[in-house]
Each structure stands twice: as structure tokens, then as C-alpha cells.
Design a protein around this ligand. Structure first.
Ligand code: TYD
Ligand code: MG
Length: 457
């Protein structure tokens, strides 16, 4: 095999050098030189000569045939939804997450399910021997004939095996263990990870085989982590959850073939991951009904409404500055909502500590949860519980007004499905849709009105 030349390029200013240096002579920054494979000029398409045969041509957009991407649907509906309807042939998907969260388990399960559908699958592990993979497979009850496992880290050999087997689906676990011979730095370094990924991208695009790569997120941050790969791949899925919690959330953060911010929920069991079809039920399972400081909100996670409990604990500050802590919601929303409650409702919150928590370990990121947070805070402060069958939806503005939210009908339907009796929502959201049976909808214009309705007694 011909050894291709590499060069070192400064990531800050683009300075090129044949040798590695600690300090870039171009911009004087430290540790920014990264090894890259030099593109040989003979294979480059972008030479300025007339002799190019396959020159791409601009086309009229109306003349391009639009075709629906055929997708490989897995047996996991949660995964299909996060991917935007299934696996797109020729796509390169990065599955990131903390070590030990269950990435290998998830991908081995998907591999076996696809193999059961008579699609040959190649599962490449650079971390485990084939025997270790087999142990895991036994635990998961995998008995597929068409599932090939390979323990290999050299990308050149991996490419050869993909070419030989011609699988319908490939998993590379993990990208941090894969290396290319041409690059001299160690596996897991920025150069190796990047060059290997771009080679896998090429394989996926030319062969049409979808490839899923695993990337560990390092606590230290972006170095050699999947972050730097995000712009290179077609889709990025993050697998999150608390190690000691059984629930795992698969979240799309980038998707060239579908919407992002979709979320799939799984439960880690003894015999592998199981889909959670109705997340609202599990998030409300341990709710302490009738306790002050607890409210339920219907939040949209992608296209799906999820009901989640929001808890607040307000207690007098003992020393100095009051504390404002939030888990699961944007921590800058809490002081803002407390200021609104103080100024517009007249609650004396300035010498109170506030702790806000979203139960179940989910992260909520949309303005429609404002009202539920505000009502929880007021409820805990006044030590007065909300009704257990009430739901609060609405964005809170700085003048204390309740602003319109999106997809109110779906949210209310989900609430009705789970047996809630009353929805307190923005007045401006009341028109143009039909209220489901068995649930009452109350429109409010201000936070004060919401508290009068929800905390009346
Ligand atoms: P793993 O898939 O190896 O994590 P990652 O590839 O992200 O590093 O998952 C490891 C954890 O999952 C480990 O703590 C054991 C647990 N586990 C189960 O609870 N049930 C199972 O069936 C399997 C295979 C793993
Ligand atoms: Mg693993």
C-alpha cells in the first residue's frame, strides 16, 4: 500500500507545516497543529483545466425529479421517529453519549433486528473482541444468522470487509478506536477521528450502505469527541440518561433527512433496551399528588406531547445571597419568572431560595413550560397545592401576560388521554380547535389569573 503524505495544519489560521510544532508560527497559538492527509493533486477534481469529464452541471429545480427517499425501517418505532422515518441508505449517523450509557447495546439490538429481516449486517467493534460481543449478544437473545461481527480497528481492513460482505447496515463501535495507517497520530486523536470519519463517509456515499458510528463524549469536552464530527455526518443522535436511572433518551440534534429535537425513550432492562411507548405515564408515575410546589405541564418534544411534573421548592434564605437552582429547565428562566411573580403578582421572593426540578430526568426546552414553573414556585411559596388533575400550559411575558403556545390541541389531547380534568392555558389559544371530551379548558390572560384559577381555595 502506498503511504500517503500527511501535513500539519493549524486549526486557527490554516498555517501548514511538514512537522508537528507546539506553537503555530503563523498565529502564535499553542497546540493547534493537527495532522491531515494531503489530498494528492492528481485525483483532485478541482483542477482548472478543460479536460474534466464528469463536470457537474447546474439544473433547473423544476426539472429535478423529486423522489421519496426509500428508508430501512427498524423494529424500534422510537428510533425510526428520531431518524425521521427510518434509516436512509448511504447515510452516516453518529450516535454519541457517555461511556456505559448503552450505545453498544442499542446498536447491537438494532443490528440483530435488521438481520432478522433478512438484511445482512456488519457490526465492527474496536473495543471488544468478537467473544465479548457474543456474550452481550447472548444476553440480548440475539440469534440472527445474517449478523456478522468483526473485531478490527484498521480502517483499511474494515473497508475491505465491507466491500466483501456488502452488508445492508454497518456499525462502527467506536470511532475513537479506529485508525488509518497514513496518519501517524494515535487512535482517538483529532486527526485520526476526523480522517477515519471522512473515509467512512466516502464509503457510505459511494456504496449506499448506511453506517452508524459510535462516539464517546469525553467529560473534558470537545477534544477528539464527537462534537467535532457533528458537521461531517448526516445525522447526530445523542443517547443520554442518568447511569443510575433506568430511562435512556435518544435525542436527534442534527438530521439532514428529518426534523431534529425528536426524542425516543428507552428503558434499560436486564435483557437490553426496551422502548417506552407512552412516556407521559412513566414521567408521572411517582408524582406526589396534592403536594405544594408540584404542577404538570404538557410539553412538546419534537412532534410528540409529553406530560411532565415540574417541582419547585421555595424556602427562606439563611445566609447572604438567595440561591436559584434548576435541573431540567434553562436556569436563566427561573430568576426571570421569579422577578415576574414578584413585580406582577406581589410575591416577596427576594429573600427566598428556589430549587426547580423536572421529575424523571428529562430536559425541557420550550417557552410553554413557563406557566407551570411559575405556578409551582407560587404554590410552594404559599404552601398551597394545585389540584392533581390540573395541567398548566403557557409562555409568560415580562409584563406577566400569558402568551400563545404552539400545538395546543395535541397537548390537551394528551392530557385528556391520561385522565386530567382541566387545562389552564393562554386565552389566545382558545379559538380554532375542538376541545376533547372529559376535559375542561380555561383560558387566562395573566399570571395573576392563572394563580387565581389554579391555587384558588
Ligand atoms: P453499553 O452498551 O456497553 O454502553 P456503551 O456502549 O455506551 O459504553 O452498556 C453498558 C451498560 O448497560 C452496563 O452498565 C450494563 C448495562 N446493560 C444492561 O443493563 N442490560 C443489558 O442487557 C446490557 C447488554 C447492558
Ligand atoms: Mg460500547
Amino acid at each position: 500500500m502506498v503511504k500517503r503524505k500527511t501535513k500539519y495544519v493549524c486549526q486557527e489560521c490554516g498555517y501548514e507545516s511538514a512537522k508537528w510544532m507546539g506553537k503555530c508560527p503563523g498565529c502564535n497559538s499553542w497546540n493547534t497543529l493537527v495532522e491531515e492527509i494531503e489530498a494528492s493533486s492528481t485525483t483532485s477534481k478541482h483542477t482548472v483545466n478543460g479536460g474534466m469529464k464528469n463536470l457537474s452541471k447546474p439544473e433547473k429545480i423544476t426539472a429535478i425529479q423529486s423522489q421519496k427517499e426509500p428508508r430501512i425501517t427498524t423494529s424500534m418505532m422510537e428510533l425510526n421517529r428520531v431518524l425521521g422515518g427510518g434509516i436512509v441508505p448511504g447515510s452516516l449517523v453518529l450516535v454519541g453519549g457517555d461511556p456505559g450509557i448503552g450505545k453498544s447495546t442499542l446498536l447491537l439490538q438494532i443490528s440483530s433486528q435488521l438481520a432478522d429481516k433478512q438484511l445482512p449486517v456488519l457490526y465492527i467493534s474496536g473495543e471488544e473482541s468478537t467473544r465479548q460481543t457474543k456474550l452481550r449478544a447472548d444476553r440480548l437473545g440475539v440469534t440472527s444468522n445474517l449478523l456478522y461481527v468483526l473485531s478490527e480497528t484498521n480502517l483499511f481492513d474494515i473497508a475491505k470487509h465491507i466491500n466483501e460482505i456488502q452488508p445492508s447496515f454497518v456499525v462502527v463501535d467506536s470511532i475513537q478506536t479506529i485508525f488509518r495507517e497514513e496518519v501517524s497520530s494515535a487512535p482517538g486523536s483529532v486527526s485520526q477521528v476526523r480522517e477515519s470519519t471522512s473515509e467512512l463517509m466516502k464509503i457510505a456515499k459511494t456504496s449506499g450502505i448506511p453506517i452508524f458510528i459510535v462516539g464517546h463524549v469525553t467529560k473534558e469536552g470537545a477534544i477528539a469527541g464527537p462534537r467535532m464530527l457533528e458537521h461531517m455526518v448526516d445525522a447526530v443522535l445523542y443517547f443520554e440518561g442518568e447511569r443510575h436511572h433506568m430511562y435512556r433518551i435518544l435525542r436527534g440534534v442534527k438530521n439532514r433527512f428529518g426534523s431534529t429535537n425528536e426524542m425516543g425513550i428507552f428503558e434499560m432492562k436486564e435483557e437490553g433496551l426496551k422502548e417506552v411507548m407512552n412516556p407521559s405515564e412513566i414521567f408521572l408515575e411517582e408524582r406526589s399528588q396534592g403536594a405544594a410546589g408540584s404542577t404538570v405541564v404538557a410539553s412538546m418534544e419534537g412532534t410528540r406531547p409529553v406530560l411532565v411534573e415540574i417541582q419547585a421548592l421555595i424556602s427562606p434564605t439563611s445566609f447572604g445571597n438567595p440561591r436559584r437552582m434548576a435541573t431540567g429547565v434553562d436556569s436563566s428562566r427561573v430568576p426571570l419568572l421569579m422577578a415576574v411573580l414578584e413585580k406582577r403578582v406581589g410575591l416577596m421572593l427576594q429573600n427566598q431560595d428556589a430549587y426547580i426540578k423536572v421529575a424523571g430526568g428529562v430536559k425541557l426546552d420550550e417557552p410553554a413550560i413557563d406557566l407551570a414553573i411559575a405556578v409551582s414556585i407560587a404554590s410552594s411559596f404559599r404552601d398551597q397545592a394545585t389540584l392533581p388533575e390540573d395541567i398548566f400550559i403557557g409562555e409568560v411575558g415580562l409584563t406577566g401576560e400569558i402568551r400563545r403556545v404552539s400545538r395546543i390541541e395535541q397537548r390537551v389531547q394528551e392530557a385528556a388521554k391520561l385522565g386530567f380534568k382541566r387545562v389552564i392555558c393562554p386565552m389566545k389559544n382558545l379559538d380554532g380547535w375542538t376541545v376533547p371530551q372529559n376535559i375542561q379548558v380555561v383560558g387566562v390572560n395573566t399570571v395573576q389569573e392563572a394563580l387565581d384559577t389554579g391555587l384558588a381555595r
